[in-house]
Ligand binder design. Structure first.
Ligand code: DQA
Length: 138
């Protein structure tokens, strides 16, 4: 089982970015916890602040990995290109968000990723990623 976690813009700042919304754990620390929790899964992690790099990574892994866990961050609400990339690949994509975007500003209620996603997990803090991985283990 080979899964790729893809994080979009500003998620490199987890731990120090708006901790009241996103918590105070860095993604690197959390990723190490995930690797320990799921030793049977080959887990990889990619982050970029650049839309084209995120699309490139979805295309690169999206025909042979078993799953993609995608937090497109702000691009969720703006990027037709990322939504199209999710639809274009054969690897199933689970969309995740740390916060419950539906409890936040109206512009966060729209997702260009959801129509192509296998499922959506949001609002559980960093645990959203854990739940997404579990969904692939069925
Ligand atoms: C986010 C929610 C988005 O609205 C926001 O732009 C982010 C993070 C989340 O994980 O809660 O950067 O995707």
């Amino acid at each position: 089982m080979k899964l790729m976690i893809i994080n979009g813009p500003n998620l490199n700042l987890l731990g120090k970015r708006e901790p009241e919304v996103y918590g105070s754990t860095t993604f690197e620390d959390y990723f190490a916890e995930l690797q320990q929790k799921f030793p049977q899964v080959e887990l990889e992690y990619f982050q970029s602040n650049i839309e084209g790099e995120l699309i490139g990574k979805i295309q690169e892994v999206g025909f042979d990995y078993d799953g993609i866990v995608l937090n497109a961050a702000a691009y969720t609400h703006t990027s037709v290109g990322m939504g199209d990339a999710v639809k274009a690949v054969s690897t199933p994509v689970v969309e995740v968000h740390i916060s419950n975007t539906h409890q936040r500003e109206e512009y966060r209620h729209v997702s260009y990723i959801s129509p192509g996603a296998k499922g959506v997990i949001l609002g559980f803090g960093l645990q959203s990623y854990d739940l997404a991985i579990q969904s692939f283990l069925g």
